[in-house]
Design a protein around this ligand. Sequence first.
Ligand SMILES: [Zn+2]
Length: 185
Amino acid sequence: MSISASQSPSPAADGTAPAGTTVTDRLVTANAQYADAFSDPGMDARPVLKVAVVACMDARLDLHAALGLELGDCHTIRNAGGVVTDDIIRSLTISQRALGTRSVVLIHHTDCGLLGLTEDFRHDLAAEVGQRPTWAVEAFKDLDEDVRQSMERVRTSPFLLHKDDVRGFVFDVTTGLLREIFPQR
Ligand SMILES: [Zn+2]
C-alpha cells in the first residue's frame, strides 16, 4: 500500500509534474551532484581503522565529523538508542569475522528519544495493531547504565572474536563532547 520512493511525485492538480516535491526527490538530486564530484577511491570493504562504531540513529549525531573519521575508516552500525540488540551483534560478528575489525565503540547520547519511553510503548502498540512485536523497546532511564549494559552485551557475546577493546561513551548533543563510561567496579 505504501508508495515507493522511486516513483515520481503525483502530478499537481493542473496535470504538471512538480519537480522535487518529496524529501526523497531532494536526496536523489543531491546524490546526482555527489556522484558528479565522486571518483572511485578504490577502497577495500575492510575498514581502514578496524573499528566498528555502534551508535543511536539520532539526527544530531554526525559520527564521522564528531570522531574525525574519513570515508572507509569504520563500520557504523546504528539503531534507536544505539542499543546492543541481536541484530547489532549480527552486524558486529560480520564486521569482525568477515571484514577484519577489532575495536568496538559504543555511543549513546543526551536527550535520547528512548529516555522518555517505557515498555508500555510495546504494549500500547500491540493493543493498537493486534500484533505483539517480537522486539523489545529497550527503553532506558539511566544513560550511563545503559551504556554499561551495552558494553557488557558485547563483551559477553560468544560470537565475537575481539572483546578486549570495547569502550562506551555518552555524546552530549549540546556541546559535541564525548564522555567515557567505565564499567562499574
Ligand atoms: Zn538516541
